[in-house]
Design a binder for this molecule. Structure first.
Ligand code: NIG
Ligand code: FE
Length: 403
């Protein structure tokens, strides 16, 4: 998993042929529709990029290598635009308590903060590597990763440095919750997050994020965090409206944030705001969180019908959503959130790319990164139709066979 600059790219060319059903996400390709489905397709990969896409019958044959997909489906690599992988420990006991009826609160984050601060760099790095690999085996070729379990200047900067060894999509989330040392003075913590901590973290991140929620940061604090980050060249994204309705979604749209994530509790005004900003502020839905906190799912149908751009991601973290599996999220989104299998696939690929403002991933078009997933299935629909089944047969990341 990685994005442009940290990737090893393959040299030489590969023809992948015998693709029964290819999702390109190129509306100009295939029989029309956003997925740009091409039947009986082939793809040529050259120097880590897509060099040719079309019907197998007219594919060029002068390539260095060939791979026969034997009638199976190929989809773009999943773009998981929301994860929290720099952590130590786990929260099995908290999950167990929830499944016995206890409610999820933001406070559990502090358990992971204590474990993360106590961990060595090596242990944290090994943990990130493990989960990035786990995600890759399930088809994720681009993965965003946040800090947010350090909550000191040193621990947040360290989390971002470690994340940056595994992905270019690194997000500063010093404003995850108020650090325990500042429990009595949240304003002073916001000053730290927007001051010395930002100074230490900005060089290591592309994005700035804040958990805007009761028990975390209110609208004014969230605005302060995101605008301070933006002044230092970080693009805003936000955890918004996860547990309750609140100001987060509209703040995201107002600030031109790349995404508003969770979007579980939305007013009509929130939905209109997101629908007024398609492609600018993406609504990123994280069904693993509702699954693992036994909460009501976000209504994807309402957002899609209003015209919002929707992404689907894992939110992988040890508290609210301990899954790296985008196929799992697709299945839940289809079953529980009103998405069609086509919409869910689009949201987990092109939607994630939009949420990360990337045009080089999430689509199988000439010039894009050769991030491809071969499914042990005749169609992408099987990702929802066959839930829990390991359908990922092969993965190419930047043209390199990675799984
Ligand atoms: O996205 N909502 C805030 N942050 C995480 C949960 C983190 C935790 O519980 O450790 C989330 O769900
Ligand atoms: Fe999150």
């Amino acid at each position: 998993v990685s994005s442009s600059s940290t990737t090893t790219t393959a040299t030489g060319s590969v023809l992948i042929t015998g693709i029964g059903s290819l999702v390109t996400n190129d509306p100009e390709a295939g029989s029309g529709g956003p997925l740009g489905l091409v039947a009986d397709a082939a793809v040529v990969v050259e120097d880590g990029r897509i060099a040719w896409v079309g019907p197998a019958a007219s594919a060029p044959t002068a390539t260095d290598q060939a791979f026969d997909a034997a009638g199976r489906a190929v989809v773009p690599g999943f773009v998981d635009s929301h994860s929290h992988l720099v952590f130590a420990g786990d929260r099995t006991a908290e999950f167990n308590a929830r499944m016995s009826g206890r409610a999820y609160t933001a406070g559990g984050i502090r358990t992971t903060v204590a474990a993360t601060r106590a961990a060595t760099d090596e242990a944290l790095d090994a943990n990130v590597a493990r989960y990035v690999r786990e995600a890759l085996r399930q088809g994720t070729t681009v993965l965003e990763c946040k800090s947010g379990y350090g909550l000191t200047v040193e621990d947040e900067a360290r989390a971002l440095r470690i994340a940056g060894r595994h992905t270019d999509e690194v997000t500063y989330l010093g404003a995850h919750v108020v650090a325990p040392e500042y429990a009595d003075d949240p304003a002073a913590y916001v000053d730290l997050v927007t001051g010395p901590m930002l100074d230490a973290c900005a060089p290591h991140a592309r994005w700035v994020d804040v958990f805007c929620e009761r028990g975390a940061f209110d609208g004014d604090q969230a605005r302060a965090v995101l605008t301070a980050g933006a002044e230092r060249g970080l693009t805003p994204r936000i955890h918004a409206n996860q547990l309750t309705e609140g100001p987060g979604v509209q703040l995201a749209v107002e600030l031109g944030a790349a995404s508003a994530d969770h979007c579980t509790h939305l007013s009509d005004a929130d939905v209109s705001a997101l629908a007024s900003a398609p492609g600018t502020t993406v609504a990123t839905l994280l069904p693993g969180a509702e699954f693992s906190t036994r909460a009501v799912y976000p209504d994807a149908r309402r957002l899609l019908d209003a015209g919002a751009t929707v992404a689907l991601s894992t939110d992988c973290n040890p508290g609210s959503s301990f899954t790296t599996s985008v196929p799992f999220c697709i299945a839940v989104a289809v079953r529980e959130m009103g998405m069609t299998p086509d919409e869910a696939l689009w949201s987990a690929t092109a939607g994630g790319a939009a949420a990360l403002r990337r045009t080089d991933v999430g689509r199988v078009v000439v010039g894009a990164r050769a991030d491809l997933v071969l499914l042990d299935a005749p169609s992408h629909v099987h990702l929802a139709y066959r839930p829990g089944v390991p359908l990922v047969a092969a993965v190419w990341s930047g043209g390199v066979r990675a799984v």
